[in-house]
Each structure stands twice: as C-alpha cells, then as structure tokens.
Design a protein around this ligand. Structure first.
Ligand code: SAM
Length: 381
C-alpha cells in the first residue's frame, strides 16, 4: 500500500515512518534494539504485522472552528492546529467512520468548538475506543458540565453510526495538555465496551489503559505467557496491570495472581473483568507499584513470577530492588521503550537477574515505537 494519507504532508506526526517500506521499518527497529539490548542477551527478530494498517483501536481528535463551521481532526505535530479529516491509515476503519458521524451529529446540534482564549463554545475533544467486533465507545470532552441537546446528539449519532455502543460525556476544565478530565457522565449505553483478547473478555472504559493494537497484543501476551512458563501453582504478581489483561491471561495457569495498578478506574475494570471471565484466583489493588513492592518485600511475600509492564518511563530502582528482595524465579518485563528497558535490565543484572532473550513485537507500525518482552531469570548463587 502506498502512502495516501493527506495528513502525512500536513504533518500530524502520528506515523513518521509512513514513507519507509514496512520491511525497512522493521529492520530499523531491529538495529536499534540490537544496539541497546544485544549486550544483555539475544534479540529475536521483531514480529511484524502481515497487514500493518488500520490497527489502532483508539482515536483522539480535537474540535475547531473554520470559517464558522465545526471541524474535527488530529493536531498538527507540536501545535494545537486541527487538521480536519477522518481518514487516518492507522486507526480502525470503524473509528474513522465514527469520527465523521460524530462531527455530523455535533453540527446537527449546532455545537461549536471550545475557544480557550474567549472561553466560548463547548467541544474540546472526542476520544474513541473500538473493539474487534466493530463496536465503538465515544467520549466527548467539554470544559464544563453543560451540554444542552446531548439527547439529540445521541439520537443523531446512533442513527448515523448504529455500531456506537456507548456515549460518555467527560468534563475537563483544566488548561493542561491532558485530554480527559476526572468527571464523567454516561449519556448512552453502559459507559464501556467489551473486547476479546486471548479468549477473555475485557471491558474498556474511556480512561483505562488498553493496548492499541489488539492483533499484536495477542502475540505479545502469548509470548509473555510462554516466557513465564507457569505450571498452575505459582504466585504471580502483575505490576502496572492496567485493566488486568496480563494477570487474567495468566490466572488459569497460576495458583494466584496479584495485580497492582495506580489508576482507580482501571482497577475497577480489572476487578469486573475477573468476575466477567469467572476468574477467582486474581486480586487487584490500587497502589503505586513501587510502594506496593516495597511493602510486599517487607512482609516477606515470595512470588514465583513477576510481570512488569510499566509506562514509557520504565520502572524505578526502588521497585526493581524490592522485586529482587522478593526473589521470584522469573521476571517477565514488557516494555514500550527500549531505552528505559536497557536501563532497567542493567539494574536487574546488578541484583542477580540475567536476561535470557528479548522478544520484540511491533505494536506500532509506521511509528518509531516498538514493544519488547524480556525474560529475566534469577541466578542461583
Ligand atoms: C503500559 S500500561 C500496561 C497495562 C497493562 N499491563 C496492559 O497490557 O494493558 C502501564 C500501566 O501502568 C499504570 N501505571 C503507571 N504508573 C504506575 C505506578 N507508579 N504504579 C502502578 N501503576 C502505574 C498505568 O496506569 C497503566 O495502566
């Protein structure tokens, strides 16, 4: 497929590698990983996608006014200038169609874009979460709680886009770059959508972390399970667990799973996801991963396997130190940033954990990002 994205020349910045053939993108990622991680253990070939298009299940678009008309689209890179359009090559096609339908429904309600300087208008952003079945959760973000005509909006949107399974109104009065605020009101449906990963069903709400590429996430999680090599008896910690996906995938092959996550909405989703899937041996706690690990180490918890899947910034020296004091046989570290992974693997090796192999999975074609899993094995002294 050729680069036919109009925003590529207008520079939304979402896919900087679009002009590079996909095999060449994978080769570049491989070289970078080899340079950063090859000194610790073998780096396996990056597992790419057969069809690296329309994989993203999440879209964030912003509203603006152009010649008196409401428009919606991505920001031009590093700016707050909206590039109108809904034809992204990375987003699921259902999300592109939904963006167009949201815009039409908002125009039919005569809504206008929020103007930060004048404090006028109502619409800031729209966030879409899609499932593999093609259902979509729509979250409209406004600066205040008033959204007159929201019933008409829901009716118009549902008519245009019957696959929309939920509509949420999020209120974000802050002047920061955060898209979503803390207050929400469900306008239509259950306020979340259900997706299937590795045979389990997961509810996703607007504010929870959920991997953006479901096909490749299955490759990632299956690899993580293989590296964890669970026998059915182990105590497993899933740190930075989000909505519980990794821990719940591990639960049927573990004795017990303890999931740790800082975002309360994600923890609520994780608990509901365990119930939804009939998982009885998983518990989820809302806590900072470092604080939880330090306390667990003080209480002499001895997990057999620890999964770590931190955000881009990686884990912390204190968290890694506490994990090492608990002395699990295996640590399976899932990372979306090779630089912080290299830093943390070096820390683990000082604490007696040897990297066995790195398995990279390309969750983000046409971007510079790549996901990598490493198995760290405790060395016997
Ligand atoms: C890369 S996501 C991984 C989520 C999950 N494992 C998955 O595959 O969907 C990282 C998660 O860590 C959470 N997080 C970030 N900092 C944290 C911290 N200090 N303690 C606990 N959780 C944290 C985020 O809210 C997010 O859900």
């Amino acid at each position: 497929m050729s680069n036919t994205c109009p925003n590529f020349t207008r520079k939304c910045g979402g896919c900087p590698l679009l002009a590079t053939p996909y095999p060449e993108q994978l080769a570049q990622k491989q070289t970078r990983l080899q340079t950063l991680l090859g000194k610790f253990a073998p780096v396996e070939p990056v597992q790419g996608m057969e069809k690296p298009w329309h994989y993203r299940n999440k879209a964030i678009a912003s509203f603006a006014m152009r010649q008196g008309k409401l428009v919606c689209g991505l920001y031009a890179e590093g700016t707050h200038t909206v590039l109108p359009g809904s034809d992204c090559l990375l987003q699921q096609e259902a999300l592109n169609r939904t963006l167009e339908a949201v815009l039409q429904a908002a125009r039919s309600c005569r809504w206008t874009a929020y103007d930060e300087d004048r404090g006028t208008g109502s619409l800031r952003h729209v966030v879409l979460r899609g499932t593999r079945k093609g259902e979509v959760l729509v979250t409209l973000v406004t600066p205040g709680p008033a959204l007159p005509g929201s019933r008409n909006f829901c009716a118009a949107l549902r008519k245009e886009a019957p696959w929309v399974a939920g509509i949420v109104h999020n209120i974000n009065p802050t002047a920061t770059s955060a898209v979503l605020g803390n207050r929400e009101k469900v306008l239509y449906g259950p306020g979340q959508v259900l997706d299937t990963l590795c045979g389990l069903r997961f509810a996703i709400s607007s504010r929870s972390f959920y991997q953006v590429n479901p096909l490749q996430t299955e490759v990632l999680y299956r690899t993580a399970m293989k590296l964890a090599d669970l026998s059915g008896k182990e105590t497993v910690v899933d740190a930075y667990c989000g909505i519980g996906t990794i821990g719940l995938c591990a639960a049927s092959s573990s004795g017990q799973v303890l999931g740790i996550e800082r975002n309360p909405a994600a923890v609520r989703d994780a608990i509901a996801n365990a119930r939804r899937n009939g998982v009885r041996n998983a518990r989820f706690t809302c806590a900072d991963a470092t604080e939880w690990m330090e306390q667990a180490a003080r209480q002499a918890l001895h997990p057999d396997v620890v999964f770590l899947d931190p955000p881009r910034a990686g884990s912390t020296p204190a968290c890694i130190g506490a994990v090492a004091r608990m002395a699990p046989q295996r640590v399976v570290y899932v990372s979306c940033d090779p630089e912080t992974l290299a830093r943390d693997v070096a820390l683990f090796s000082q604490k007696g954990y040897r990297a066995q192999r790195f398995v990279p999975v390309d969750l983000f074609p046409h971007t510079r990002h790549v996901e990598t899993i490493v198995l760290l094995q405790r060395e016997t002294l």
